[in-house]
Design a protein around this ligand. Sequence first.
Ligand code: GDP
Length: 364
Amino acid sequence: PLNCGIVGLPNVGKSTIFSALTSVEAVAANYPFCTIEPNIGIVPVPDERLDKIVALVKPNSIVPTTMEFVDIAGLVAGASKGEGLGNQFLANIRSTDATLHIVRCFEDAEVIHVAGKVDPLSDIDVINTELLLADLDTVTRRHEKVQKLARNTQDSKIKLEFSAMSKLLETLEAGKPARTADLSDEERPYTRDLHLITMKPTLYVANVDEAGLKDGNAHTAAVEQRAAEEGSQVVRICGALESEIAQLDPAERDEFLKDMGLSEPGLNRLIHAAYRLLGLITYFTAGVQEVRAWTIRQGTKAPGAAGVIHSDFEKGFIRADAYNCEDLFRLGSEQAVKEKGLLRSEGKEYVVKDGDILFFKFNN
Ligand code: GDP
């Protein structure tokens, strides 16, 4: 599954947010939401649409879809030089698909700040510099190698790789993340194997105190401005509050949120933002045995979506019965959706949409 790495300086609230994310009561008792390893957690993706489908279909079992989060602790200044355990942390980030960058935006004299004061922009720079230097190291080495090859060849592939590496090098040397490099569609594939950290999409998580939750504070304003300049998103959340909310049972939780004037836990917003960051959408299968949510990448065609369930579904794909869950909610039953002629039979070229309810027909 696709995953998000959680990074940030020490003491900004990474473990608080990570444990809140992974301690949320599982919606379906038969599904292994858990912490696989101390720093990896599988988290159900909250989805009101799933609840609404369940209310109409009344299935025997319910399975939400999930996302994986990885707590990458211990990133400090000097990590790119392999100081301390730096290299291991960087290796862990390389294997993730997106980065959640937690930034301390709360004041609390009792929580020590590694730099002595709360300064989110300086914190962001420290982390981003380490990530950038790690990538610069990777790209410099590759660039050198390909430069030699490119000198004595007319091979168009090597030429392309060389121009890709040159652009990356220029971008990183200018202190900009690799994802801002102006790569052509032909050049882009040559960057994949490098697993560059600053190529991954990034979301800033501003960890605020309760007072800063609604309207933010001077720190979040600074982070939001920086993110806007980079074209990144910011989610504002209060780690301490989320950790309290996560420990409540569902009924208490609703009551608590209502008292706080919140419509949902901040973690839900965070999970949804991370899901969007990864370019993911959800489709559903809905039978009386089981109603289940499945994750696919935006733009996936019907056979690929079937393949998420089982590779046999993809190999033997014939057609998919499809309708959107909004039609189900409007009309009240699958039968009514059929009668209105809104249940379509889609073929191999159908691009699955967020909220589709699908039934696959396939050859064994
Ligand atoms: P990490 O080193 O980034 O994993 O940070 P931790 O999650 O261990 O948090 C460091 C300290 O900050 C702990 O004492 C937390 O209780 C505290 N902390 C985390 N989030 C908040 C918050 O939203 N408000 C306040 N006041 N303290 C927080």
